[in-house]
Design a protein around this ligand. Structure first.
Ligand code: TRP
Length: 475
């Protein structure tokens, strides 16, 4: 197979790569998902596990994924095929890319639905609907939106359309300008909200809810959710960062960029959590309200604080932008694959995929109303099933194999040049990739599949397989 360089566009500067990657990472995961899953999983201990997962698993996977992308210079499927071929690895490595493309389409299909709620709220905020709204009215407002398939469908369609239009236009024109004001803007509004949160009387409880860890509340299922979320929020495991990395100029540091991406992403999530739980506790709401949490709580804040109309409108505008920069990054890997592999024009690829993904999204729209009682995996609705399978299984699996790839198959020279660590950290990092990350991910999976001592049996089996694989690679 010839060495190929299919990704011909590059970001116009290092800062833009970081902005784009941050734009991908910071999204509904931070503002909407992190607070509600933290609420559902009991707070502090969950947050600690999530932070641990970001540092121990997320950062190494992020670094590995960007490195693979920059070394491979193409879409996820072909990158994996080419890099594996170069080292005489198996053809099956390209399945890692396929897993990613599939997961990105599935995620995008519900992502635009939730982003659509944000857009609806933006419009409502402009109209002044949230002025002086009570806690009760805020939750009724959400219930009414969710009960209407037509309205949800409309907003879902608008979000899908926006995503497709931007991706169809290509990397530079679509993205860069929006990001330059989005990320700073988001920080400013979050800080204003934080200021408001300290006046609500719920701030201290919010702080201890997030940071006081009570491990008795933690189940293996929560650990799986925390791990899955670490992958989701950093946009890793499915090839987004691989594709973005393939546009990242060679002279810049992947490690530094990754630390920035993970740091900013985590900070935004924690700030959003602090704000939302302050409002929850001050208004006697439930931390475990589920996916609606963000949309029930913030209108109360905007209804009460001075300048609420302005900040509310701005906040929901930013939610939409944050979601959009992430949605784009969910569509880009598949589009780059269609254009590079089959020579399909970018515009056609974006619209075709957009249509298919939109259709799938209808299932998620209905799962909040007409299909509310239709269950797929266990007790989960269509939306919850998609979210569970992608976030908690496909992403960590993807991350696991990326790390194994970089640790065992990647060319030594590539690894050293792409992952620009100081010499004294190199060995520790490689050791972490080889032994810690895979074992921890497998352990969390195993603990969810079976209970009690069976975990040890399953784990031993998995480790034996891993050892067999490694001996084969090393030979
Ligand atoms: N990280 C984004 C968020 O937190 C979502 C996202 C964008 C994503 N691209 C991704 C998740 C790739 C997984 C993989 O909202």
């Amino acid at each position: 197979m010839r060495a190929l360089k299919l990704s011909t566009e590059t970001w116009s500067s290092k800062q833009v790569f970081i902005l784009a990657a941050v734009g991908s990472a910071v999204g509904l995961g931070n503002l909407w998902k992190f607070p509600y899953i933290t609420g559902e999983n009991g707070g502090g201990a969950f947050v600690l596990v999530y932070l641990g997962c970001v540092l121990l698993l997320g950062l190494p996977v992020l670094i590995s994924e960007i490195a693979i992308g920059r070394a491979g210079q193409a879409n996820p499927v072909q990158t994996m095929a080419v890099l594996a071929h170069k080292k005489g690895g198996s053809r099956f490595w390209s399945l890692l890319g396929v897993n990613g493309l599939l997961a990105s389409a599935l995620i995008l299909s519900f992502y635009t639905v939730i982003a659509g709620w944000g857009l609806a709220y933006f419009v409502h905020s402009v109209q002044g609907v949230f002025q002086d709204i009570s806690a009760q009215q805020a939750s009724t407002h959400l219930d009414e939106l969710l009960a209407s398939p037509h309205e949800l469908l409309f907003w879902h369609s608008v979000m899908t359309l926006l995503t497709v239009v931007i991706v169809a236009r290509g990397i530079r024109k679509g993205l860069e300008n929006a990001l330059n004001f989005l990320v700073p803007g988001l920080f400013i509004v979050l800080l204003v909200l934080l200021g408001y949160a300290t006046t609500t009387g719920g701030f201290e409880r919010s702080w201890s809810f997030l940071f006081a860890a009570d491990f008795s509340k933690l189940s293996w299922q929560s650990v799986l959710v925390a791990m899955g979320h670490a992958f989701f929020t950093l946009s890793i495991g499915l090839g987004t960062m691989m594709v973005y990395g393939s546009y990242f100029a060679k002279e810049h540091s992947i490690v530094k960029a990754s630390v920035w991406i993970a740091g900013v992403d985590t900070l935004v999530a924690l700030l959003a959590g602090l704000v939302i739980f302050s409002i929850v506790f001050a208004n006697g709401l439930e931390p475990s309200a589920g996916p609606g949490l963000l949309f029930q709580t913030l209108p109360i804040a905007f209804g009460q604080m001075s300048g609420g109309w302005f900040f509310g409108t701005l906040f929901f505008a930013l939610v939409v932008f944050a979601a959009l920069t992430s949605a784009i990054s969910l569509l880009e890997p598949s589009v780059s694959w269609l254009t590079q592999r089959f020579g399909i024009a970018r515009v056609k690829a974006a619209w075709g995929l957009g249509a298919a993904i939109w259709l799938l999204g209808v299932g998620s729209v209905l799962s909040f109303n007409a299909w509310q009682e239709v269950h797929f995996l266990g007790e989960r609705t269509f939306f919850e099933s998609l979210d569970f399978v992608t976030t908690n299984i496909m992403l960590p699996m993807g991350g696991l194999f990326m790390v194994v790839f970089v640790a065992w198959v990647f060319e030594e020279r590539d690894r050293v040049t792409e992952i620009d660590l100081p010499a004294n950290l190199r060995r520790g990092f490689l050791w972490n990739l080889r032994w810690v990350v895979p074992v921890v991910i497998l352990w969390v999976f195993a603990s969810n599949l079976v209970t009690g001592t069976q975990v040890y049996w399953l784990m031993s089996g998995a480790l034996l397989l891993y050892a067999a694989y490694i001996t084969k690679v090393m030979r």
